[in-house]
Every structure is written in C-alpha cells, then in structure tokens.
Design a binder for this molecule. Structure first.
Ligand code: PLP
Length: 399
C-alpha cells in the first residue's frame, strides 16, 4: 500500500487519539535499522518506545516465535504453561524477586501492583490504601494508573479520578515524608522518569524512600516499565541504586516487541494474593512468555548488559559534548545506560529536531520538558551513535 492510502484509512477509521502521526510506515527492519514503505532506511534510536530491545529480525526471537505459533499461542490460565513457568523462573533469578505475575501491558502491571499493595494491608486488617506517587511521573492510561500519574494534562478530561493517590515533587524526600499518613500503603516511583523527561532519581532520594518505607511499614513500588529489563546496564534500575523495592513493574522491553508486562514481588508481599484475587485472560500466554523467555535468556546469558553500560556511557559523553558545544540549544544530557535524554532550549520545539533527524535517516523520540529521548535497541553500535551525533550537530549548526 502507498503511505497516502494508509493515512486516508487511518484518518477515516482510527480513533483520533494519536492525531497526525509522522507520515512514515515501517515495513521491515534488521538490527538497529528500520525500512519504510518507500524503501528508505533509518537508524532507530526509539526502539518502538524502549520496546524493541533486540532490534529487528533477531534470528533467535523469530525462531522462538515461529516454533511457538506452530503449536499453541494461548490455552488460558486454567492450565499450566511451560514458557510461563520458565520465564517466571528466569525473571525472578535475574531480579532477586520471588514471585511474578504476567500481564499484557505496563498499565496492567501497575494495576496489579496497586491491587497487591492494597490486598497486603487488607489481609493484615489495616485500613491502608493511599499511594504516594511523584509529580511529573507516568504510570499508564487506565483510570487507576492515570490517577497515579503525576501530570495533569493526561488526567484533565477524566475527572473524577480514582481517589487515594497523593502526588509529591520528585526527588523531594521531605515532601514524601510529609505526605505519609496512617492510611499510606505504598510509595510508587519510577527510578528514572521516562515520559516526564528522562529524569533520574537522586540516589539519596530513592534510598531515602526505601528507608522511609522500612521505618513506616509501607511498601515501595518501583515502576520499571521503561527503565528496567537491562535498559541501564543492570537488569533493574533499582539494583543500580542498591535499592530493593517490595514490588516492581516491568513491560516495554520484556517481550522484545511482543506485548507483555509483569509485576514482581517478594515472597512475603506476593503471599497476600489468594486464588481468585487477580487474573488475566491473555496474561502470560504461551506466545508472550516464549518471547520474554528468549529476551531474558539474551540478557542473562550473553554480555549484553555490559555492552549496554559501555555504549550508554559513550553515548552520554557524546551528548554532553553537544551540550558543551551548543550551550544555547542543548541544555542538559541526562539518564543512564541506553535511556538518555537531551533537554533542548524552549525556543526550539523538539519536534522540529525529530523531523529534521528523520530526513537524515534517524528515528528518535521526545519526552516532557522539551527533551529529546533516546531509548534505542540494545544492538545499536558505536557507529550508529557517532552517526546520530554528527546529524544532531549539523542540525544544531543550522538553528
Ligand atoms: C510506558 C509506561 C507505562 C505504561 O505502559 P503501557 O504498556 O503503555 O500500558 C507505565 N509506566 C511507565 C514508567 C512507562 O514508561
């Protein structure tokens, strides 16, 4: 199909929530490259928003999925699922958690985490249901996760929201402490805020939140839907901070492009769920967990995490050089591993830079606070990074 015909169908039949999209339709990919319907090749620094961690056409993932599709994709959770059990074991071993539940998306993983935190205190006979979350956070689009999200523009049309979420400024431990009441059941935070602008937690803050939770008997929930699954060079970003939450959510990169989310908990917290307390028709099915099992194997059994850390450090250095060279345009380089942001002066809309990069054959994303967001596949190369930086430099020179 021609791109103009696809756009016409989309305009006519698809709900308008994505507005005018970029007029590009990808039809193929290999490694860190994407190919559009006109045959143009791009280097991908978006990875389908931190999802396609193994890049495109990974031969092992293709083989795994083809094998699974040829047998059963889905049989329901009335029955045991081998790939689900195997992926659960790998994920627990990789993260140090005891129990996992597989969902279909990030928001659903958060929904499960919120329910688990509430059930934990319900079992203790304690009336604790408030959850403290951070301003500028993003936790998803369902009504509860939208209510947890600390950005008014996502919430504005949907009031009344789910009550019991209390928002405090990110990286402000005093504010968190002041917000704790005898009804607080959990503190929820992204170790690195993604949609909000690639803003890492300060170590003292996240460690302080853990300590506060210990002192007050509150659960700590880390939303690692974006920053987890090796993105920072550690399986979990919280591991990098030396912090172990009580519950962690994952999704985006977990299936290498196949939709799957998860929430993990310690034995003690997970035990709060009894049969019937939670469930999902699709969650953890053969197809999605075969993908997760393969992705986890790649992260755990190869030197991929080390590569992410090394490439990320190199990439960030190069972004910092852009800040030094163009201080009036590039204000700050932020992030960790292959989750990096470059904050741009408010005078230059980031979308203009994104489009200019597309013309030069690079796909990148944006995030809050006029920030360019780089969440590439883990198979990106140093040469890819050099190419992107050179393209950015050319664009900045023209501004
Ligand atoms: C993307 C994201 C979500 C929501 O995930 P969906 O799969 O879109 O529901 C939740 N939390 C964080 C931190 C995210 O980046």
């Amino acid at each position: 199909m021609q791109i103009k015909d696809i756009i016409a169908l989309d305009d006519k039949y698809y709900m308008g929530v994505f507005g005018k999209r970029f007029p590009i339709c990808f039809v193929d990919g290999k490694g860190s490259s994407l190919i559009d319907s006109q045959g143009k090749v791009y280097t991908d620094f978006l990875g389908g928003i931190a999802v396609n961690c193994l890049g495109y056409s990974d031969p092992g993932l293709i083989q795994t999925l083809q094998d699974q599709v040829a047998h059963v994709m889905h049989t329901s959770n009335y029955f045991y699922v081998e790939t689900q059990a195997l992926a659960a074991e790998k994920l627990c071993k990789a993260t140090g958690f005891d129990k996992v539940f597989f969902s279909n998306s990030g928001a659903e993983a958060l929904e499960g985490a919120i329910k688990l935190a509430r059930k934990y205190f319900h079992n203790k006979g304690q009336e604790k249901y408030e959850i403290i979350t951070m301003k500028n956070s993003f936790h998803g689009r369902t009504l509860a996760t939208l209510s947890a999200t600390g950005q008014a523009h996502y919430q504005e049309p949907y009031h009344p929201l789910v009550p019991t979420f209390v928002h405090v400024p990110f990286n402000d431990l005093q504010a968190v402490k002041a917000a704790v009441t005898d009804k607080t059941c959990a503190i929820l935070m992204e170790p690195i805020q993604g949609e909000g602008g690639v803003i890492p937690a300060q170590a003292e803050f996240i460690q302080g939140v853990r300590q506060l939770c210990n002192e007050k008997g509150i659960l700590m929930i880390a939303d690692e839907v974006q920053c987890g699954m090796g993105r920072t060079g550690c399986m979990l970003a919280s591991q990098k901070y030396g912090v172990k939450p009580d519950i962690v959510t994952l999704a985006k990169a977990l299936g290498g492009g196949v939709p799957i989310g998860a929430f993990l908990a310690t034995e003690e917290v997970a035990a709060a769920f009894a049969p019937g307390d939670h469930g999902s028709t699709f969650g953890g099915n053969h197809l999605a967990t075969a993908a997760a099992n393969y992705v986890l194997g790649q992260l755990m059994e190869t030197d991929m995490l080390k590569k992410i850390a090394a490439l990320g450090a190199y990439f960030k250095e190069k972004l910092q050089e852009l800040v030094d060279k163009f201080p009036n345009i590039a204000l700050q380089a932020r992030g960790d591993g292959l989750m990096l942001g470059l904050q741009i002066t408010p005078q230059v809309p980031v979308k203009d830079i994104v489009v200019a990069l597309q013309q030069k054959g690079y796909i990148i994303g944006t995030a809050g606070g006029n920030t360019l967001r780089f969440v590439p596949p883990y198979v990106i190369s140093k040469a890819d990074i050099d190419g992107l930086i050179a393209a950015l430099e050319k664009i900045f020179q023209m501004l």
